[in-house]
Design a protein around this ligand. Sequence first.
Ligand code: 6AU
Length: 259
Amino acid sequence: NRLNMPYEKRAGVSRNSIAKQLFNIMATKKTNLCISVDLTSSVQILNLLEKVGEHVCLVKTHVDIIEDFNSDFVEQLKQMATKFNFLLLEDRKFADIGNTVSLQYSKGIYKISEWADCVTVHSLPGEGILKALNSASSDKSKGVFLLAEMSSEGNLITPDYTKATVKMAEKYPQLMTGFVCQNAATFDDPGLIQLTPGVQLEKPKDNLGQVYNTPEKVIENGADVVVVGRGIVASKNPETEAVLYKNILWKSYSKRILG
Ligand code: 6AU
């Protein structure tokens, strides 16, 4: 059972090199917190990461919301990832035919394939999307988090869609870092990572359909890496808040592996 296995053991059975690295970073830094830096200025993002970088294993970006995006920002982001030992996830949620996705992945202003360790991908278009990312030439290791479930109210994902998504991933073991999902029953493979968003201590939802659970609850529900955005980013003291989330999450994980 993956839920009772410690991260360092799971690193040993991962077939994707990013999943392996992420499990090892979590075990070393003793944190399974991913910060979602949904800010629109590059300076704001870098300032925030300077404060919370040591407390997170993964930094999740939406680069298409940054108003002053430039290559210097990417360089500084990469430097910070090295300095604090975290990985970079671009939450692009690719959802088109394979050919278009391979262009969106490596071309345009963002050149995601050049700096992101991993990306998020919808299974909706079918297997071609994974084939495209798998064959995209890249100098670095890469990984995919496939969306098997969503946190938002009224989303159209059904249990059959979730099952078919997990099945689709089975053909691409070297590409798959894990799944974005809410429930432990979604998949069994201990080498894959359950990335769970929709987490906040303050409130149960936002005004636009986001639904929140507590850190304890999502770890019980199988989360391996937990995404927190506004719970930290919009708080008065992001560093204090990041430490708070980190400690609750690590305590809940430590309890979980004891069975
Ligand atoms: O903590 P929040 O609500 O401020 O931010 C949650 C972050 C956002 C969403 O784009 C993302 O998590 N997200 C995702 C991801 C990670 O793919 C899937 C989902 O079902 N719900 C969700 O909120 O940046």
